[in-house]
Design a binder for this molecule. Sequence first.
Ligand code: HMG
Ligand code: MG
Length: 304
Amino acid sequence: MAMPDSLPKSVRIVEVGPRDGLQNEPGDIIPTAVKVELINRLADAGLSYVESASFVSPKWVPQMGDATDVMQTIERKPGVTYAALTPNLKGLEGAIAAGADEVAVFGAASEAFTQKNINCSIKESLERFVPVIERAREANIRVRGYVSTVMGCPYEGDIAPAQVASVCRDLFDMGCYEISLGDTIGVGTPIKAKKMLEAVAAEIPVEKLAAHFHDTYGQALANLYSVIEEGVAVVDTSVAGLGGCPYAKGASGNVATEDVLYMLNGLGIETGVDLNKLVQTSHWITAQLGRANGSKVALAVGCE
Ligand code: HMG
Ligand code: MG
């Protein structure tokens, strides 16, 4: 049977495990060497974009406190983009000094979440990003823009698609080359995802959008399929489904990279990622962290 014409031929996977996956890990600070080996292994598995660190306040997110060491110690595989989160100019300067290839600013469609996550209003956050984007442009560094809570907020509940579209539009107009749509607490369902995407795609070309779906309610793969059908061809994922957000109570990890890869492979969509290498990395990192593997595919394939 032929695949539907609406599906893209290839999808770019943005691996966020070393950042989104590890930022909320409870317990001891994960050794820098483990973070570095994880990033190196992910690049070796064929991931061409690895969000590797976060230049945020270590008081707010202690697990990312070694961002500079991580960025300076990883092997730089040619063709791989090693990116970092930068909430303000201080973070951007740190990321530039540490050699980040790309950075990301992160806002939200919900006032309450913005306040809890980055300690300011939506309007203030956008004002704060203006000099970050300008300075990054001077340094020839591309800026990605995240918008959190696109399908619901842990504090405000439902968020109107028009509100999501408005914040996305602002970030895009300010110079973010791509907008990543975060279902931060994984509350979306497929039709909701489609409606949210339609509202955003009415403002921004769909090829400039990425889907960043957490899997708290087990809906992420279904939601992803529904937006891929609408033309989204960039997907954020986390190896072993690691992660959560420290300011989103109950949020679990991003959809697992292995699970997305298995689905895309089945759809005949190219990614350039080696599933077996990825699965072995998944088992390795969960053993390092002493936690259960959040990827069904990793469990099905098993450990070599
Ligand atoms: P603030 O307290 O309002 O900032 O925090 P401030 O400017 O008043 O500074 C307070 C202290 O932080 C000062 O230190 C600064 O130097 C320091 P002190 O004088 O008290 O010793 N500081 C920094 N240190 C290191 N790097 C920096 C930095 N900036 C200030 N860049 C701030 C505002 C944004 C800094 C804080 O709220 C913060 O760091 N928040 C980070 C929150 C975060 O990382 N959340 C997780 C990532 S977002 C996410 O996971 C969602 C996403 O995955 C998408 C989705 O799923 O929806 C992207
Ligand atoms: Mg996230």
